[in-house]
Design a protein around this ligand. Structure first.
Ligand SMILES: *Cc1c(COP(=O)(O)O)cnc(C)c1O
Length: 251
């Protein structure tokens, strides 16, 4: 696995380049977040050596274990939390994360803000929106997103930097794209409202199977796991209970 990481990253880079060319975007606008659930620290550090230092983790325990294993090297990396936020994990997430991409409940906002104040920190966050049209417990409903951003913006320790979504798990690409279009349009709508203390520079969308579509629709962060590190042995339902990933073709 270790040896193929470099080649895989080159392939991802080339696919990013092609997607950018199709829509006239600059590839430098797009950050790769390494989605590293189940990936061992050796492999993560290998990718980091190649210049990819934003690590997206789904589980607090797993992230803390890896950070401990890495020792000082962990400090040179940026740790983004991309998993489902549980309120009893807020304190721990704040300790290691530099960005939380998966804010979708006011309960979490309140708790995070309180905790951040206590430790005198601020946190960059993205608001997670459910654009898949499927019933899932992750992400706020698009209709509620503007209101949610307005409410969350009042909490001074959180810097709202944009929106995040997990695309529909489907190979019906037109429908997958619809979700990404929806997130882009939401960003525009929210930007137009000029809500104090809200920035909308980031759209975190696109994973191994759909990142080219996401780039075509304006993604600034893509979260890539399998295309770089290979297939996972642990089923994704372990990390995302309740999301129907069965329809998702893994090539
Ligand atoms: C696993 C995961 C990814 C990456 O998925 P791949 O299909 O491996 O690229 C992206 N975002 C989140 C939130 C994830 O949990």
């Amino acid at each position: 696995m270790n040896n193929s990481i470099k080649k895989n990253i080159q392939q991802v880079k080339s696919r990013i380049g092609q997607a950018c060319r199709r829509v006239g975007r600059d590839p430098n606008e797009i950050q790769i977040i390494l989605a590293t659930k189940t990936v061992d620290t050796q492999c993560i550090l290998k990718a980091a050596e190649l210049g990819y230092s934003i690590i997206g983790e789904n589980r607090v325990q797993e992230a803390r274990r890896k950070i401990k294993e890495m020792g000082k090297k962990a400090n040179e990396l940026n740790w983004h939390y991309i998993g489902h936020m549980q309120s009893n994990k807020v304190n721990k997430v704040i300790r290691f994360a530099t960005m939380v991409q998966s804010i979708d409940r006011m309960k979490i906002v309140r708790k995070m803000n309180r905790r951040l104040k206590k430790v005198d920190k601020t946190m960059d966050v993205l608001i997670q929106v459910n654009t898949s049209g499927e019933d899932s417990k992750y992400g706020i409903h698009p209709n509620d997103a503007i209101n949610f951003v307005r409410q969350a913006a009042k909490f001074d320790r959180l810097n709202i930097m944009g929106l995040m979504t997990i695309g529909l798990f489907s190979d019906d690409w037109a429908r997958v794209r619809e979700g990404f279009i929806q997130l882009r349009q939401l960003r525009e709508t929210i930007s137009d409202q000029n809500i104090p203390d809200v920035q909308m520079q980031h759209l975190s969308m696109g994973m191994t199977n759909d990142f080219e579509l996401a780039i075509e629709e304006g993604a600034t962060m893509i979260r890539i796991g399998r295309a770089i590190f290979g297939e996972r042995n642990t089923p994704d339902s372990y990390y995302w209970p309740g999301i129907d990933t069965a329809a998702y073709s893994s090539d």
